[in-house]
Design a protein around this ligand. Structure first.
Ligand code: SF4
Ligand code: SF4
Ligand code: SF4
Length: 173
């Protein structure tokens, strides 16, 4: 299956305040997506990773606890009403929360081990602690780091300058 590179991000670094639903790859902006999606479920059936679930309104959302997005675009190809479109930006990025074990002095690098993009960096601190951070230039928002995290510390957010930003806060996975 053809692999697609997510549309290049164009946003200010390090300024997250997004709170939009984590819709499938290619989703139109909030509002437009909800108006266009017919809740037919075709995207969920087409997703080879089986990560597309329904939210409480019946609309598709990604569940990164179930797996990662490979950006294969199978969901886009089957979306007849074009609520998912290839040209839409994909600006989601991982955010590490305060429940991270490493931030609390317990050795863990599970997320780093699962990040093919090598976007998770650890800075050694005194006393043997290592502080993780996300390299925003490298993180693709694939979600591969979320499920392996033993403390469920990784959420996903859109940066402040993203035109798809709708609300405040990260999206838990
Ligand atoms: S791009 Fe592929 S892996 Fe990602 S949600 Fe769509 S069908 Fe699933
Ligand atoms: S979302 Fe993907 S690219 Fe970003 S830190 Fe997690 S595994 Fe790495
Ligand atoms: S996997 Fe989770 S707990 Fe472990 S270092 Fe990464 S964010 Fe922290």
């Amino acid at each position: 299956m053809t692999q697609h590179v997510p549309a290049k991000r164009a946003f200010l670094k390090g300024n997250f305040h997004a709170r939009a639903a984590l819709r499938p790859f290619g989703a139109m902006a909030p509002g437009a997506f909800e108006e266009s999606c017919t809740q037919c479920g075709a995207c969920a059936r087409a997703c080879p990773e089986a990560i597309i679930y329904r939210d409480s309104d019946g609309l598709p959302v990604l569940n990164f606890q179930a797996g990662e997005c490979t950006f294969c675009a199978a969901c886009i190809e089957v979306c007849d009403p074009q609520a998912l479109q290839m040209e839409q930006p994909w600006n989601w990025q991982a955010v590490i929360g305060q429940s991270c074990m490493s931030l609390n002095g317990i050795a863990c690098r599970a997320c780093e081990d699962h990040c093919d993009a090598r976007a998770i960096r650890f800075r050694l601190e005194t006393g043997g602690r290592a502080t993780p951070s996300i390299d925003q230039d490298s993180c693709t928002g694939c979600g591969a780091c979320a499920a392996p995290c033993p403390s469920n510390a990784i959420s996903f957010a859109l940066p402040a300058a993203n035109p798809n930003t709708a609300h405040d806060g990260g999206h838990p996975c």
